[in-house]
Design a protein around this ligand. Sequence first.
Ligand code: BGP
Length: 474
Amino acid sequence: MTNSFPKGFLWGGAVAANQVEGAWNEDGKGPSTADVATAGSREVPREYTDGVQPGRFYPSHEAVDFYHRYREDIALFAEMGFRAFRTSVNWSRIFPNGDEAEPNAAGLDFYDRLVDELLAHDIRPVLTLSHYEVPYGLVERYGSWRDRRMVEFFARYSESVLARLGDRVDHWLTFNEINAITLFPFVPAGLRFAEGENRDAVIYQAAHHQLLASARAVELARQYSPGSQVGMMMLYPTTYAQTCHPQDALERVQMMRPHWLFPEVQVHGRYPSWAEAFLRGKGVTLDLQPGDAELLARGTVDYIGISYYMSVVASHQDGGEISHGNIAGGFRNPYLAESDWGWQIDPLGLRLALNELNDRYHKPIFVVENGLGAYDELTADGRVHDPYRSEYLAAHLRQIHAAMTEDGVEVMGFTPWGCLDCVSMSTGQMSKRYGLIYVDRDDAGQGSLRRIRKDSFEWYREVIATGGASVLKD
Ligand code: BGP
């Protein structure tokens, strides 16, 4: 173990349904929040239109056509030696409007075939029930997660998925980056606001509904997928106090609270002691109903899934230049390099994240997202030479290994983000690529969709084949 990762370590890759599948209106699928997101860039924010508007370009509608090409893609994952593959089930494939009484059989059939294909290659599916898409019908009719009825709609959806796939899937995640609701509320939760409304009141009430829904899904997983492990999943922004000024240290705690709130509830099964004052400070009084506390207490998770891309800096006063790229906010850290999209690169911050989570929650941690969004060039030799990507991943893997061997953290596996190039969540671009596999498609949706192994593909194959020893010896 000192020179490699443990035998059962889950090496693999991760994507999300709405960013790879395409086929946005095939086989009965309804539109989702992801399907109303236009293409943007680092400078131009994506627009979330009111329904799908004719003449606009929506990158998720075709994405990289995984819906039709999953067999070819899974064969490539198997070639790299994947033991696990994380994707999500697209809610609006199963309940096209979200509030139907019965699921769409064709939607369930697709995930059934997908799971079987993975298992045939000895790759374990890691399935997220909700990854950044909500059936658009629920946004229009109920205002999405601001409405408590969403808990029942989600439970019905989860039950359909778990009943169908529960016998073959042994790793589940309930909500992707559940804490991101406070950072960009439309993408994970379909929230829109009326003028003058207290946004925090809407956000934290919606978050409460998601926490209840997550607990329901955990309970249903125990019933339909016995023996499986169910995780919560959060974006982890390691946060540094800018100076040793005590107020900066306090600021750091305050910046982390909106993130910690979620594992507090999902791991411990109750709101932490600081929650009430924290929410009151934002003018929020939660509508808690009889039975909520008991449900949260019953629906606790087995493990913590994290995405880790960056660290941030907290300061109680003007901390200098704001780091505009970092989706988690904060000030620029002069000690760190950044990606082409301004995300600050900090491998050691991942070791700190793993330690902090381990110290607080004592649960196994699965690094289900990490990676470098970068411009790639398909060169004249028909290849993509991307040493920057393998260097980035290797540096993070070394820190995971250090956390395991030197700090005693239990890490279950590593599934780098966007193992197959896909549509960027924040910008809608194809040119922000994370993949080990290149997909021939550009920002305007043009291209053959052909798959090409990047240099990082060969690198990762070697990493997996050697149980990680190849990155530890460098
Ligand atoms: C996470 C999301 C993913 C994903 C990734 C990279 O926040 O869970 O869906 O896309 O970030 O982000 P982006 O695509 O914006 O570069």
